[in-house]
Design a protein around this ligand. Structure first.
Ligand code: ZN
Length: 94
């Protein structure tokens, strides 16, 4: 079972959730919505990379490059700028 890390989502948080807390949960478990200490809202944050898998994985520019992908972001109308990998720095979408 992976650990999930939660962090306070409001400014009215206690010491416990201010720095984030981790709990062991089943993958399909309901997310924790409120801090068990102060009762204010918390939000789930991505913790250790080894608990992130499959479709939920967020590909960063660095990992995209390591995997040999070339990544482009939209830089303007019909123009894309390369952010990772090999290839031309700019491509045109036209
Ligand atoms: Zn709290």
């Amino acid at each position: 079972m992976p650990f999930y890390t939660y962090l306070c989502a409001t400014e009215d948080c206690c010491d416990y959730c201010q720095n984030g807390f981790s709990i062991l949960q089943r993958i399909n478990a309901e997310p924790v919505l409120y801090c068990p200490e102060c009762g204010y809202k918390v939000k789930k944050v991505i913790s250790a990379p080894n608990v992130v898998s499959g479709k939920a994985h967020l590909t960063t520019d660095k990992t995209a490059q390591q995997k040999g992908f070339t990544k482009y972001k939209r830089a303007g109308k019909g123009v894309y700028e390369k952010t990772a990998g090999k290839g031309p720095k700019y491509i045109s979408g036209d």
